[in-house]
Write a protein that binds this ligand. Structure first.
Ligand SMILES: [Zn+2]
Length: 245
């Protein structure tokens, strides 16, 4: 899930009128590699990491097109990440096969705030138990706005048998590109970072966290036509990691 159901896609800082937003956004020159405004391209900082747990994203079709989508950052860093497009009526055959594959222990990431599925809710110990039994834990994340994620959850019968893992964290969102309804609403990359960390993939979590920070800062700066000249600490760590590859 990413941010809130009030999120609106803009390519300009708040302040000016809608008309100005549109005019500005259309002049942005984007890098074909990372789809960010060229002024602060993300490509030099793209680092990879290994993790035991995997992330499978079920992405709402409207999210794929948005350059502010953070689900794609997960795939940039963790090469095992799989991305499926959500459909109410059809189950992707590859996802269907993966859900039946005994090598994996998939967990559907969703809040546990409704009583009607309480019996499916597990906690992070179940992830560690899966690892101990040599299965690969998988975080299945519904990638869309809050409202889209709720709809996907309710309208995807093929996910009805999965255990539900609710992320418990004190983390507040640092995502600056959409306005969250609450600081507790993490964007998709942040959800993955915290799950990886709690599941024992600390290195992968911190690389992804740095990459998310660089994405977030670079994109936000570009909206104000500001170039980040001196590498931030997160940039420096990612550059050092890349030079060590
Ligand atoms: Zn780029």
């Amino acid at each position: 899930m990413s941010s809130s159901d009030t999120s609106v896609e803009h390519d300009a800082p708040s302040g000016p009128t809608r008309r100005e937003f549109k005019a500005r956004g259309s002049f942005v020159i984007r890098c074909p590699g990372c789809n960010l405004p060229k002024l602060n391209c993300l490509c030099p900082y793209r680092a990879s990491a290994e993790s035991v747990a995997q992330v499978w994203l079920i992405t709402h079709s409207l999210e794929h097109m948005k350059p502010t989508n953070t689900g794609r950052l997960i795939r940039d860093v963790l090469s095992d990440t799989r991305v499926f497009t959500w459909s109410r009526t059809e189950l992707d055959p590859e996802l269907a096969a993966l859900l039946q594959d005994a090598r994996y222990a998939p967990f559907l990431i969703f809040p546990d705030d409704q009583p009607d599925y309480a019996e499916r809710v597990v906690d992070i110990d179940a992830v560690h138990a899966a690892k101990a039994s040599e299965r690969i834990p998988v975080f299945v994340i519904l990638d869309g706005t809050w409202r889209q994620a709720r709809r996907m959850f309710r309208k995807s019968p093929y996910l009805d048998d999965l255990p539900i893992l609710a992320l418990r964290t004190e983390r507040e969102t640092r995502y600056r590109l959409r306005k969250p309804a609450s600081k507790a609403h993490l964007c998709t990359a942040e959800v993955a970072i915290e799950l990886l960390r709690q599941g024992g993939d600390e290195m992968a979590a911190s690389v992804l966290d740095d990459y998310f920070d660089v994405f977030n800062e670079s994109y936000a700066a570009s909206r104000f036509y500001t170039r980040i000249d001196a590498p931030t600490p997160a940039m420096q760590r990612l550059l050092a990691r890349r030079s060590g590859d």
